[in-house]
Design a protein around this ligand. Structure first.
Ligand code: ADP
Ligand code: ZN
Ligand code: ZN
Length: 807
């Protein structure tokens, strides 16, 4: 009876979103496993495509067997997705409505998605006979050749015995690095004899034999031998000609943090609140409880120290842990704290790593060499076994939600994985999302509080609000109140440091004619173009359209065409004019685009090579500089007026975060918030750092307006080059929905999106608010299915079952 593999093929369409059966060739019978990728023939033309094996079946009738196509070749030697991750993909498909294949691809590092070349490499302890038989005496073999020569079944067996490995070749510059090395060809006793026969003055040869004895059969790279033992290359060469040593190619792993030195740090003595949190969490680790904790602690209250000690205990128990942090706070400062405590047992995953570096980190995890993974959203898929804890820092951050398919939220997947492993989840924040906090209120999550700053000397800063409608302002742009400028001035005199934030959300600089009010629009989108001083041009942030800055008004030919709004560059120039002696660092998307730039800027600021750090939201998080005694927010409210029910929540969170950057050392901190809405509750309560009050107030508003956490939401977005097509389609969808939903559900729309036309496509949305609709997901899937034909003809349709963004 022949075995059959159920395969999800790499064709992301509705029709192919279910497994196809393929016969497993005899030679691969026991080697193909669920979670491996295979090449299969597909469709009428039998074109060769990739697929994921999800199941192996063996009881199939001979008649059926003859109808099946056959697996062409394996793509992996061992499964790349564990049974757990295969199951998690089911859950993702069910909750996000994404295709199964898209879920699988999302879980793997990029390098494994594309058609990169790969090769089979021999591992150190692979016996010579095998190297000779299978690899013609070489240390590696390209995958292509292995396949052509029919060696894959043998190689798969070798992989199971951990004698070989697969390496992806990313590109010339980034391929897995190999280093020349050597190891002894002689036994220990033979080496002793050689040493006895050496002339006393042959210093390097003595050294070589000593090193070989010390290695006891293991290999070492030439560079290491030079660095550690001052063994010269000619000595190794001599060893080779005399037959003492054998030259080997050793794969060296790229370590993105190789050039950093990390000094070991040790656990601080926890204060009472930290200790209580630590005990509650570690008890859940030990008792294998899948409990979710909300660790609500003010900025600087020592949440990270609690994470570190919980992880230490998890490692102590022989388990592993995942720590998610927002991309933006994956600053060297955060990474360092984990590296310093746990050394090479930490793998770090974030977008600043090259494809190759990410792959290496992933492999470190997969091989079990790294037991702790610190990373951004997608690190939730880290292939760790035996999880002891999952920590999500700044759990309210919207970057945990993926804004493309599959539209998953890392928090939900964390809770799923924790259930699978029976381990706790820790959600940490100074300003938890309303959803999370409401769940803690109902004891779905267990609350833990840290109410004091951890460091004895530091205290929460005092915060002032400046009403910009009345304040005396300075400079052409009217960006600075006199009050804030005076405070900056004193800091400069006292040699203390200042952080200034310009809120870019919902804000941009544009060009307007003073005579007729003409604003230069994007020809493709319903939005004005943004001024970019670095390229001296105007760009559209939605479609990338770029054009020259006009000298005269295109509409009335007036010369009085001026810049409005404030970009970070403009503010920097103005600030420099006001304080010619101040050293200013600017941190925004333009200055941090290059790899490592973010890190360098922070290091400079940390070394006090600058007095003022001026930046966008990216400076609000995770920075810990004790010499910063003043934080200024130049425009607190640009995001308040966005048509999104979470606008207040986001403003409150941002202001609280950025205020937390002040007064982290022993000098007291001050915060100045400039705003046009001084009476707004989000601003008022951020001034008082009063999360509890904010939570209660905002909950009331959400309750009255039937928004989360009282209601669930779902969002349908459609776009098309012709407005009437998309509008009509959305009305059709609306009619269908109304038939399906109960009276309790509320449907908003269809309405054009806030920016209706982007890149010459018209966008409409429908928002559904509901409490219990058991059939909703199934029906949303039906909507996607029923529109397949139109989708292939230019309609774009997306469904988000838990949207975070409404603008
Ligand atoms: P959070 O993550 O809540 O912002 P951190 O863990 O970064 O807080 O702690 C803020 C500062 O206090 C850090 O410099 C940290 O080293 C220090 N710290 C944390 N816990 C303690 C403790 N128990 N004793 C002394 N200092 C501590
Ligand atoms: Zn004009
Ligand atoms: Zn555009």
């Amino acid at each position: 009876m022949q075995k059959v593999a159920e395969v999800i093929v790499d064709v992301p369409t509705m029709q192919t979103d279910l497994p196809y059966s393929y016969l497993i060739p005899q030679a691969l019978e026991d080697k193909i496993k669920p979670g491996m990728r295979v090449i299969v023939p597909f469709g009428n033309g039998n074109r060769k495509i990739q697929g994921f094996v999800i199941e192996i079946k063996d009881n199939i009738s001979p008649t059926e067997t003859t109808l099946l196509k056959r697996i062409e070749a394996p793509m992996d030697l061992v499964p790349v997705l564990s049974p757990e991750l295969l199951e998690l993909a089911d859950e993702m498909r069910r909750t996000t409505l994404a295709f199964k294949i898209t879920c699988f691809q999302t879980m793997l590092p990029n390098v494994m998605k594309a058609s990169y070349d790969k090769k089979v490499v021999v591992r150190e302890h692979c016996p010579q006979t095998i190297i000779d038989d299978v690899f013609d005496g070489l240390s590696e073999l390209s995958w292509e050749l292995a396949e052509q020569q029919g060696k894959l079944p043998v190689i798969m067996k070798l992989r199971q015995e951990e004698l070989v490995d697969v390496v992806y070749i990313v590109n010339k510059k980034n391929r897995a690095k190999t280093a020349r090395g050597f190891k002894a060809r002689l036994s220990q006793s033979e080496l002793v004899e050689v040493k006895a026969s050496l002339k006393p003055n042959a210093k390097q040869q003595h050294l070589l034999v000593d090193v070989l004895l010390m290695l006891d059969g293991n290999a070492i790279s030439n560079s290491e031998a030079k660095e550690l033992y001052e063994l010269s290359a000619p000595a190794i060469k001599t060893g080779e000609t005399k037959g003492w040593v054998e030259i080997v190619e050793r794969e060296v792993q790229r370590d993105p943090y190789a050039n950093h030195s990390f000094k070991q740090t040790y656990a601080a003595t926890l204060n009472a609140e930290q200790q209580a949190a630590y005990e509650a969490i570690t008890q859940a680790v030990q008792e294998r409880q899948a409990q979710t904790f909300l660790l609500q602690g003010i900025t600087g209250s020592g949440k990270t120290e609690v994470y570190l000690q919980v992880i230490a205990e998890v490692l102590n128990e022989g388990k592993t842990g995942i720590v998610l942090v927002p991309e933006i706070s994956l600053t060297p400062q955060t990474v360092r704290r984990f590296k310093e405590r746990f050394g090479p047992e930490v793998a770090v995953l974030h977008s600043a790593l090259s494809v190759g570096e990410k792959y290496d980190e992933w492999r470190k995890i997969e091989r079990g060499e790294a037991k702790v993974v610190v990373g951004a959203r997608s690190a939730i898929f880290a292939p760790l076994d035996n999880l002891g804890v999952i920590i999500i820092d700044e759990e309210h951050e919207s970057s945990y939600k993926q804004e493309e398919n599959p539209r998953y939220h890392a928090r939900d997947l964390a809770i799923w994985r924790a259930n699978y492993h029976q381990c706790p989840v820790v959600l940490g924040s100074a300003t938890p999302s309303l959803e999370t906090r409401a769940r803690a209120q109902k004891n779905v999550y267990q609350s833990l509080y840290l109410t004091q700053r951890a460091s004895q000397a530091s205290s929460l800063p005092t915060t002032e609000i400046i009403d910009m409608t009345e304040a005396e302002t300075f400079g052409k742009m009217q960006t600075f109140s006199r009050h804030l400028l005076e405070k900056v001035h004193t800091r400069l005199q006292r040699k203390e440091q200042v952080v200034l934030m310009l809120n870019r959300r919902g804000y941009s600089s544009f060009v307007m004619c003073r005579d007729c009010g003409y604003v230069v629009p994007c020809p493709n989108c319903d939005i004005s173009l943004t001024l970019h001083m670095d390229s001296h041009s105007m760009k559209c942030h939605y479609c990338g359209h770029e054009e020259e800055i006009p000298n005269t008004c295109p509409d009335c030919q007036s010369q009085k065409i001026r810049y409005y709004g404030t970009g970070t560059q403009k503010v920097e120039e103005e600030l420099q004019q006001l304080f010619p002696e101040a050293r200013i660092l600017r941190m925004d998307v333009d200055t941090t685009r290059r790899k490592g730039a973010h890190e360098r800027l922070l290091e400079q600021f940390g070394n006090h090579e600058a007095d003022i750090l001026l930046g966008t939201q990216m400076i609000a998080k995770g920075l810990d500089f004790p010499n910063v005694t003043l934080v200024g927010v130049l425009n607190a409210d640009t995001a308040l007026n966005l048509p999104d029910f979470r606008a207040s929540e986001r403003t409150f969170q941002l202001l609280t975060q950025v205020s937390g950057r002040a007064g982290r050392g022993d000098k007291p901190g001050e915060v100045v918030i400039q705003t046009f809405n001084p009476e707004h509750y989000a601003i008022q309560l951020a001034q008082r750092q009063d999360y509890e009050r904010f939570f209660r107030y905002e909950m009331k508003i959400r309750h009255e307006a039937n928004y989360p956490p009282y209601y669930f939401t779902a969002q349908i977005i459609a776009s098309h080059p012709e407005e009437n097509v998309v509008a009509k389609k959305m009305y059709d969808i609306l009619l269908g929905l109304k038939e399906q939903l109960s009276d309790q559900a509320i449907v908003l729309g269809p309405t054009p999106k806030a920016i209706m036309r982007v890149n010459n496509r018209y966008f409409y949305q429908i928002v559904i608010k509901y409490k219990v609709e058991p059939n909703l997901y199934a029906y949303l899937r039906t909507i996607l299915e029923n529109n397949q034909a139109e989708i292939s003809k230019g309609l774009k349709l997306s469904v988000d079952t838990d949207p975070l963004n409404f603008v």
